[in-house]
Write a protein of this length. Structure first.
Length: 186
């Protein structure tokens, strides 16, 4: 496994209803290696906890190879968390901009922001980041739209976390089943 992709499946209800932000760390083969729940809606601040959860799950499964790269969308931009992950020897190409505005945000045009824009605009960075959309987004779409997982059925954070992890396990088992029944290539 060379990289993890992070994304959040938004499963929040109306403003007066308790909702959760479901986080998923996914391999290039669309296997969910970590499934976590947060009570905060935005993805900001969830990058490092999701990466740590994925590393913990991989270690518990006996996987000794560590991810080389973590890809996440602009909502996960958190400078301190990115620096911490890079300090562990893992690349973290995360765009500082969501692409909703022209130009950089005021004060976000130098240093790490400019560096990350250069990395992502390079051939290597662009090719690497392109994989995020082809790995984690289909996993979330499969669960949300094809399997109809749009809201939690149980109350409380622990129950919602169990439900999300169960959903992730079902996803992984179906991936495994599809792999087993696929025809062998001669």
């Amino acid at each position: 496994m060379s990289s993890l992709k992070l994304a959040a499946l938004q499963l929040a209800g109306q403003p007066t209803v308790q909702g959760y932000n479901a986080q998923a760390a996914v391999t290039r083969g669309q296997i969910i290696v970590a499934a976590e729940i947060a009570v905060e809606s935005p993805d900001f601040g969830h990058l490092e906890p999701a990466v740590r959860a994925a590393l913990r799950e991989l270690e518990n499964a006996g996987v000794t190879q560590r991810p080389e790269t973590v890809l996440a969308d602009a909502g996960y931009w958190h400078k301190q968390q990115m620096e911490s992950i890079v300090g562990d020897g893992i690349q973290v190409p995360v765009p500082p901009d969501a692409g909703l505005r022209e130009g950089a945000r005021p004060g976000w045009d130098e240093g790490m922001y400019a560096f990350m824009r250069r990395v992502l605009s390079s051939d290597y960075g662009g090719e690497l980041y392109k994989h995020r959309k082809a790995t984690v987004e289909p996993v979330l779409a499969q669960n949300k739209f094809n399997r109809g997982f749009r809201r939690f059925q149980r109350r409380g954070r622990a129950a919602a976390r169990s439900e999300w992890r169960f959903q992730a396990s079902v996803h992984n088992l179906l991936k495994l089943h599809s792999h087993w029944i696929s025809p062998a290539i001669a």
